[in-house]
Ligand binder design. Structure first.
Ligand code: THU
Length: 131
């Protein structure tokens, strides 16, 4: 599944709209029912309106009614310096994904796949009031 998710993330990266940074990122989020939700970064001339690949994938899945996830793959950057989720994406992932959920990441063109977890990416995540 790790390889399949990374391949899906690589496909998604092809759709990145990254005319300002020229930094292509793709994400593939595995829902508990086996469905895979893709994301790419979508930039904007007002830079702060940019949406990262990870959040695009999470928001697509949520919009389709999926709420339980079991893994995510992210591709971007190089084999030596692969993309890892930004702070905002870590918080968004922590909202919907369990702390022990695997996060796979690799460079855009291939090379080693590294594995971490949501909890390692954002320890002591803020979760607000327990509603
Ligand atoms: N970006 C992502 O999509 N995900 C990451 O994990 C890191 C950064 C995007 C945002 C922006 O479009 C470009 O990469 C450069 O920061």
């Amino acid at each position: 599944m790790k390889q399949k998710l990374i391949a899906a993330a690589r496909d998604a990266a092809k759709n990145a709209y990254c005319k300002y940074s020229n930094y292509r990122v793709g994400a593939a989020l595995l829902a508990e029912d086996g469905s895979i939700w893709l994301g790419c970064n979508v930039e904007n001339s007002s830079f702060g309106a940019t949406n990262c690949a990870e959040r695009t994938a999470v928001f697509s899945a949520i919009a389709a009614g999926k709420h339980k996830f079991s893994a995510i793959a992210i591709v971007g950057g190089s084999d030596e310096n692969p993309a890892t989720p930004c702070g905002i994406c870590r918080q968004v992932l922590a909202e919907f994904c369990p702390p022990d959920m695997p996060v796979y990441f690799a460079g855009l063109e291939g090379g080693d796949i590294s594995t971490t977890t949501i909890g390692e990416l954002l320890p002591l995540a803020f979760s607000g009031a327990k509603l």
